[in-house]
Design a protein around this ligand. Structure first.
Ligand code: SF4
Length: 196
């Protein structure tokens, strides 16, 4: 049975897709099948209606997170539908993303997120386009870094709280440059430990 929703540290996580435009060197998918015994590889993506039914089975949480084994913004319309459902039952909604949803969809997706996503956590990964390309290995190549920053900037303008993350696999001086980028944008900054 595919895992469309799972609980982790008291939050409900929604695993919408296995599609991703990046191939990050640190991606969990390279050496694990999932989290806490939940296999996150999907044989088939769940429909938005199926996922609503699963969420309704246990509403004992305050925060829901779009984050699975792929980039949720490939399914931006289904994600917004689910976010509206989650808001209707009083939940907060976070999106964990590589920030490339507008490139993926070919238009600025932030107006769709406005009012539906409460906060985003964006993978900054590195301090410039070359470094980002090495770590993230995006199909969008060097265009990806600027697009990810634009996405974050637009989210903040739209009133969506933003955090940006790096994984502690990059040099210390790059971590400091990343911190400065976040301060500039008005995003929170977090250094994540590599999950092994
Ligand atoms: S963006 Fe996320 S899902 Fe995609 S390869 Fe990187 S870590 Fe993995």
């Amino acid at each position: 049975m595919d895992t469309y929703v799972y609980f982790f540290e008291g939050r409900l996580y929604i695993n919408l897709t296995n599609k991703c435009c990046n191939d990050c060197t640190f991606c969990l998918r390279n050496n694990m099948d999932g989290i806490e015994g939940n296999n996150l590889w999907l044989k088939k993506e769940g429909s938005k209606e199926e996922i609503v039914e699963l969420i309704k089975k246990n509403l004992n949480f305050t925060d829901a997170v779009f984050c699975g084994y792929g980039e949720s913004t490939y399914r931006v319309d289904d994600m917004v539908y689910l976010a509206q459902f989650l808001h209707s039952v009083g939940k907060k909604v976070r999106l964990d993303t590589n920030g490339l949803g507008s490139l993926i969809n070919g238009y600025d997706i932030v107006p769709k997120l406005k009012g539906n996503i409460d906060y985003v956590s964006v993978s900054l990964n590195e301090a410039d386009a070359d470094g980002y390309d090495k770590v993230s290995r995006s199909v969008f190549g060097k265009e990806a870094f600027g697009a990810m920053l634009d996405f974050t900037r637009e989210c903040i303008k739209a009133g969506i709280k933003a955090k940006m993350t790096v994984v502690d696999v990059i040099p210390k001086e790059d971590i400091e440059k990343c911190r400065a980028i976040c301060e500039n944008l008005g995003a929170e900054f977090r250094v994540r430990e590599l999950i092994k």
